[in-house]
Design a protein around this ligand. Structure first.
Ligand code: NAD
Length: 495
């Protein structure tokens, strides 16, 4: 049990109990209730948005030069790194992820704040080519109040990916964590609140407003003072948020779902591919937007590769995220585990062979937990629902392919286009495939590598817009063009 769970929420610079509905957050390893967090109400969203708009216009914040705003981000990075152990413990308790992963996520959040601070210090207003007797330049200004809405799967890292560039851009943020996993976002909120206070900045620059999408998310998205949305979550939710953004004529970035292909060519380093394919789908218990959930293997090696894969998957260690030996933790919530189990039942009804897993593990150690065994399926066409829909759990479906055209056709035959893995020793084939696959990110002989400096995005139903990288700050700003006359010659209508 992690220490010091505070259930107050952060509204307009004040910590207090939310006036909205109570939501129990549960440790999915045991089923034990960790805390009851009272959600924000729609009125509190309004209060937070109004205070945020005032904070953006407060000279103490508005008049800071970029390198001065960067000080806030450096301080948050420092505080987050210092609290990484505690943030990891909290996130493991709330999401079930292994401590190794949650520690890495907390450090990655700190790295994102540090990277955005450095990018901010070196971001320059740009002179644009002059086409007349004037100097022209682009300046970048805050958009205003940002609604940042996140899913439950990697809270602290996805929070940082939105809050850091939004604050760097001079905005205020209303953060809405997912109802199941508010704890680590609230803990990050405490660190940012502390840094704002230490630097004498308006504390209403960040509110953390847990609650349901229906009440809190909806109130944020529709609020007239919210003029930029950063959303990560499911495709259908993203589509409905995009419709609201379109009617308000405000920018929205959408990081959505995936059903990513992971491709093993006959010339792959088999040991590397086996490890990479397993890590790509079963780390985070498959609850990752970029999970490599469709495995394409060259037909000539299909049986041997899939046979060896199944042997190894069957030996993955399933257990609580707090056990250092655990490789696959529980799913985030019992309801989500049931949805994954229902997908495997659907696969059976579609005619799948269940090569391993396909059920919850048995034994005292798993009592009360939301566990599901790592599962490998095959025998289905790529057109089946099992191959087309995002399961978001530890379920891999394997398919053979005949040649490169057949592979590309099947891999791209998906509404999604988030990520792809390619395992091969042939660098020309890797290049060809990487260019032909429709995805925002392609990994070659590696998987699930991330860097704050490398842009991340999805194509097709996997999203719109980009996070991370230097341009992330610009995505949270408005560009304004200035013309500055330099000629003494009379203007056209001068007397
Ligand atoms: P979800 O879409 O159900 O919820 C995401 C967030 O949106 C939650 O905070 C939720 O409360 C809120 N929300 C729901 N309805 C809303 C509405 N009408 N208005 C405003 N907010 C609303 O997704 P989830 O089940 O929490 O997360 C899983 C999904 O997230 C998967 O599809 C996964 O692929 C995706 N995801 C994508 C990325 C990426 O970067 N592309 C990363 C992580 C997760």
């Amino acid at each position: 049990m992690p220490h010091d769970i505070s259930t107050d929420i952060l509204i307009a610079g004040q910590w207090r109990r939310g006036a909205g509905e109570p939501v129990e957050t549960v440790d999915p390893a045991t089923g034990e209730v960790l805390a009851t967090v009272h959600s924000a109400s729609a009125d509190e969203v309004d209060e937070a948005a109004r205070a945020a708009a005032l904070a953006v216009a407060d000279p103490a914040w508005r008049d800071l030069l970029p390198h001065q705003r960067a000080r806030l981000l450096y301080r948050v990075a420092e505080l987050t790194e210092g609290a990484a152990g505690e943030l990891a413990a909290l996130q493991t308790a709330d999401t079930g992820k292994t401590l190794t992963e949650t520690k890495a996520l907390a450090l990655s959040a700190a790295g994102t704040f540090r990277y955005m601070a450095a990018a901010l210090e070196t971001a320059e207003e740009t002179l644009t080519p002059s086409r007349g007797p004037y100097v022209t330049m682009s300046v970048y200004e805050p958009i205003g109040v940002v609604g940042a809405i996140n899913p439950w799967n990697s809270p602290v890292a996805s929070d940082a990916q939105k809050i850091a560039p939004a604050l760097a851009g001079g905005n205020a943020v209303l953060l809405k964590p997912a109802a199941w996993t508010p704890l680590v976002s609230l803990a990050l909120g405490r660190l940012i609140h502390q840094a704002l206070g230490e630097l004498g900045l308006p504390t209403a620059l960040l509110s953390v407003l847990p609650g349901s999408g229906r009440v809190v998310g909806d109130a944020i998205v529709h609020h007239p003072l919210v003029t930029r949305i950063g959303f990560t979550g499911g495709t259908e939710t993203g589509r409905s948020i995009a419709a609201v953004a379109a009617s308000k004529l405000i920018p929205a970035s959408l990081e959505l779902g995936g059903k990513s292909p992971t491709i093993v060519r006959a010339d792959a380093d088999v040991e590397q591919a086996l490890a990479g394919v397993m890590f790509g789908i079963f780390s985070s218990s498959g609850q990752s937007c970029i999970a490599g959930s469709r495995l394409f293997v060259a037909r000539e090696m299909y049986d041997s590769f899939v046979g060896e894969l199944v042997a190894r998957v069957s030996k993955l260690r399933v257990g609580p995220g707090t056990d250092p030996d655990t490789q696959v933790g529980p799913l985030v919530h019992h309801r989500h585990r049931d949805s994954v189990a229902a997908y495997v039942d659907l696969a059976r009804s579609e005619g799948a062979r269940v090569l391993c897993g396909g059920r919850a593990p048995e034994g005292d150690a798993y009592q009360g937990g939301a566990y599901y065994l790592p599962t490998v399926l095959d025998g289905l066409p790529n057109t089946s629902r099992t191959c087309q829909e995002e399961i978001f759990g530890p379920v891999l479906v394997a398919l053979p392919y005949d040649d490169e055209d057949d592979l590309v056709r099947q891999a791209n035959d998906s509404v999604y286009g988030l990520a792809c893995g390619i395992w091969t020793r042939d660098h020309r084939a890797a290049w060809r495939l990487a260019r032909r696959i429709e995805a925002g990110t392609v990994w070659i002989n590696t998987y699930k590598q991330f860097s704050a400096s490398t842009p991340f995005s999805g194509v097709k139903d996997s999203g719109l817009g980009t996070e991370k990288g230097r341009d992330a700050i610009r995505a949270y700003q408005r560009q304004k063009s200035l013309y500055w006359g330099t000629s003494d010659a009379p203007l056209p209508w001068a007397n």
